[in-house]
Ligand binder design. Structure first.
Ligand code: SUG
Length: 449
């Protein structure tokens, strides 16, 4: 067996981080519309979590933000003239479209792509498919740049295979790793790839949510499994409970998280919990390692409290077999039912035995917790060595990025600031400098209008 580790690649929050209420179905996004944001604080909160994980000995990567406002998208929608004119017209005629083109939403890299480690794929390479994020306009404009950034970060075709996003239509709505988890005895062994979808697009007889959109389809997950060359007997699909989508669980990672031999989820997360368990166990086979289903009953934590606290939008970090730390956002401490549950969880006999809390309030106010901010990539030592080293967190990068944020970021943004041509200039200057720091080549070139 190959020795491998799970790395986390977090999205660096971009200079235009703001609250525009763009995500129908995401309670925090809708509740915080028009609140002033603090991009500087947001970026620093993210960097603090990244550095803490690196200091704990985990491989921690950084994925660069995208250029925003996205002038090419605005031009595509008919706004013309100089960049400043484009911003001015969009602000006057369609402020919400300008807000969408300005979102820093690429920070939530759990939605950047689906990633399959080399032990799971037919050709023995790590496969990446950027998510088309077609359900929300502001997110649907991410995948091209995301693909370029992933290719610049994992830039060796001997180890890394990059696919384009799936066709951008609802039938193949793909939200990436937010709806994908991998179970395995050890990271370097073949794992079970577990895909969770909100609806079957081509089968209207299957249940669907009635209030909020199901962003991710079964057909998208099946296409990604085919593209990545996954083994059928190691691939499991499960449908989200449509009722929890209607309660604000817009991605499965708001109500479930998996790692190695543990699946931590809420009683109401899945349409058919028993089938989910059976399917995982039959794919798990006869491994000597015991599989743990850690089901949180509604009687202890309600779905509403899951959505408020982001208890399940946590990171499970393995220190060794059956020894995991759960990383949760500060909001978990504010809800007694959740905090009591967490304390009893880590005091019990299960594999999760420590909890760490991080303040990610700036991201949380848009519905993005610790797990939303990271893309997991399992790497063996040769693959790790092939990653662009300038994207890996260490003392120097942490210091450099903090200084970079201090130099370029504002500490307050409201909607009308998005039309300020100076903000666009500031963002471009910042990203030009970041390109040098992280040696990203030409990932931004095609965006300049
Ligand atoms: O897609 N919020 C993001 C949050 C993504 C969270 N990711 C995971 N669960 N993995 C979304 O809804 C809000 C932007 C705004 O309203 O300004 C936003 O895009």
């Amino acid at each position: 067996m190959n020795k491998a580790n799970e790395a986390n690649f977090d999205g660096l929050v971009g200079p235009t981080h703001n609250y525009s209420g763009l995500s129908f179905g995401n309670v925090a996004s809708l509740n915080n519309v028009d609140q002033p944001s603090n991009p500087k604080e947001a970026a620093k909160q993210g960097l603090t979590k990244m550095k803490a994980l690196a200091d704990m000995g985990f491989i921690q990567g950084v994925l660069a933000p995208h250029e925003r406002p996205h002038i090419p998208s605005l031009r595509r929608l008919g706004f013309t003239g100089s960049d400043a004119k484009v911003l001015e017209q969009a602000a006057k005629q369609a402020p919400k479209i300008l807000a969408a083109a300005s979102s820093a939403s690429c920070m939530w890299t759990a939605n950047a792509a689906t990633v399959s480690p080399s032990t799971d794929t037919q050709d023995g390479r790590i496969h990446f498919t950027p998510a088309n994020l077609v359900n929300k306009f502001h997110r649907s404009i991410e995948h091209e740049t995301t693909g370029a950034i992933l290719a610049a970060t994992f830039n060796n075709p001997e180890f890394f295979a990059h696919h384009p996003a799936l066709p951008s239509v609802d039938h193949f709505g793909d939200e990436g790793a937010a709806n994908h988890t991998r179970f395995c005895p050890e990271y370097g062994e073949q794992g079970i790839e577990f895909f969770v979808y909100g609806m079957a697009a081509f089968d209207a007889s299957m249940p669907r949510p009635s209030q909020f959109p199901a962003r991710h389809t079964l057909e998208a997950s099946q296409a990604v499994a085919r593209l990545h060359g996954l083994s059928e007997n190691k691939t499991v699909y499960a449908q989200q409970n449509p009722q929890v989508i209607d309660a604000g669980v817009f991605h499965n990672d708001v109500i479930a998280v998996g790692n190695r031999n543990a699946h931590f989820y809420h009683q109401e997360a899945f349409l058919n919990t028993e089938k989910m368990q059976q399917d995982i166990l039959s794919a798990w086979g006869n491994s000597a390692e015991k599989f743990h289903f850690i089901e949180v009953p509604s009687a202890l934590v309600s779905v509403e409290d899951c959505v408020k606290s982001y208890l399940f939008n946590s990171q499970l970090l393995s220190h060794g077999a059956n020894d995991m730390t759960i990383v949760v956002p500060g909001e978990c401490q504010n809800i007694p039912a959740v905090w009591n549950y967490l304390n009893s969880l880590v005091a019990g006999n299960g594999p999760i035995n420590a909890v760490k809390v991080y303040d990610l309030k700036q991201s949380m106010s848009n519905g993005g917790g610790p797990a939303c901010l990271r893309l997991r990539v399992v790497l063996n030592s040769a693959e790790h060595a092939a990653v662009n080293p300038h994207c890996l967190m260490n003392d120097t990068l942490y210091m450099t990025l903090n200084q970079w944020v201090d130099k370029h970021y504002r500490d307050r943004l409201i909607e009308k600031d998005l039309a300020d041509p100076l903000l666009l200039m500031e963002s471009r200057t910042a990203l030009d400098e970041l390109t040098q720091i992280m040696q990203l080549g030409s990932v931004y070139d095609f965006q300049k209008g």
